[in-house]
Design a protein. Structure first.
Length: 158
């Protein structure tokens, strides 16, 4: 390989690396749990914690779900608990739509795996500085919910 072609290949590779690593420059927090054997037990709470040091910063808050096409329901119901730095606790019930009324999956992906990203809140501020703990629990009234591969949350700077 001549020197000019070698330099061009190296430059192309360097640009590709820059693109790959710059895509997540606005991510503040991201954590995903792999669900063992694609079965989410109702007692398996998924815990996410992080520290907020700037209570004036805005974030976009996402829930990320990967499911199989064998998932038996149209939706995924969750109990989502927030523990604030002052130990105040707030629990909410969330509903994520994974397929439409005709059974067409809403997520991206081909084959048996579908990926969904749901915006929980946009332009949210955390009112207190300190450690926040979020806990997600499946609320589908089944002890062992089949077909969920991964579950996670992502916070991105606004």
């Amino acid at each position: 390989m001549n020197a000019a072609l070698k330099n061009q290949v190296c430059l192309s590779f360097a640009l590709l690396l820059c693109l790959v690593f710059s895509c997540n420059h606005n991510t503040f927090y991201h954590k995903t749990y792999a669900i063992h054997n694609e079965i989410w037990n109702m007692d398996n709470d998924l815990v996410f914690d992080f520290t907020i040091s700037d209570s004036l910063q805005y974030y976009n808050f996402y829930i990320d779900v990967r499911n199989t096409t064998n998932y038996p329901y149209q939706n995924l119901s969750l109990f989502f608990t927030t523990q604030f730095p002052d130990s105040t606790v707030f629990t909410d019930t969330l509903n994520c739509i994974l397929s439409d009324a005709y059974g067409r999956w809403t997520g991206k992906g081909s084959g048996r795996i579908k990926e969904n990203r749901f915006i929980l809140k946009s332009k949210v501020r955390f009112p207190q500085k300190g450690n926040y703990i979020f806990t997600a629990q499946q609320a589908m009234r089944e002890t062992d919910l089949k077909g969920i591969i991964d579950f996670g949350i992502t916070l991105q700077y606004e």
